[in-house]
Design a protein around this ligand. Structure first.
Ligand code: FES
Length: 182
């Protein structure tokens, strides 16, 4: 008996195989597309967290080799929002956020120094005029305390700074124990 609804039979038998193949192909294509989106999304997710954790503010930053920073040098790390200052007592990573009202404090290499490590260079907050020396210690202005510092460690001859703001250390004065020797 003839079956009018049977799409699986055809004079040549090709139609059913084409239909099945097309159906499978479409399903496969859909799965492939979903997979691609998921993979890209996963990659973007991982990259996002990698960026947050390594080399950017909030994570650990490898500043460079110890010998790249002579004593007395102040080096800005814009991404990490800190200055690496190499004092005779060791390294300190000074958080750029002013301890008065939070403005970003620029390093002024041509301004008169407020310490005995060099003739020039100090931090000068543009908002209300607080001044800090290479140790991050306040020398003038309304800031209530020195610049905060991030934990520093020396790993394989490199200076590593942990810029997690929750780990920023508040100080009341310069203490050599805050500096990390190479
Ligand atoms: S915010 Fe820096 S002196 Fe006020």
């Amino acid at each position: 008996m003839a079956n009018r609804n049977n799409h699986h039979t055809s004079p040549s038998g090709d139609l059913s195989s084409i239909r099945v193949t097309r159906k499978h192909f479409l399903r496969f294509a859909l799965l492939a597309a979903v997979g691609a989106v998921a993979t890209e999304g996963g990659a973007a997710f991982l990259l996002f967290f990698k960026a947050k954790k390594v080399g950017a503010f909030g994570g650990k930053i490898v500043a460079g080799r110890v010998e790249d920073f002579p004593v007395g040098s102040v080096t800005r790390f814009q991404e990490g929002r800190f200055y690496l200052s190499h004092t005779p007592d060791g390294f300190v990573a000074l958080y750029q956020k002013c301890t008065h009202l939070g403005c970003t404090v620029p390093w002024k290499p041509e301004d008169a120094s407020e310490d005995d490590l060099a003739n020039k260079g100090r931090f000068n907050c543009p908002c209300h005029g607080s001044i800090f020396n290479r140790y991050g210690v306040r020398k003038a202005g309304p800031a209530p305390r020195p610049l905060d510092i991030f934990p520093v460690s020396i790993v394989d001859g490199k200076v590593v700074v942990d810029t997690d703001p929750n780990k920023a250390i508040q100080r009341s004065a310069w203490d050599p124990k805050h500096a990390v020797k190479a």
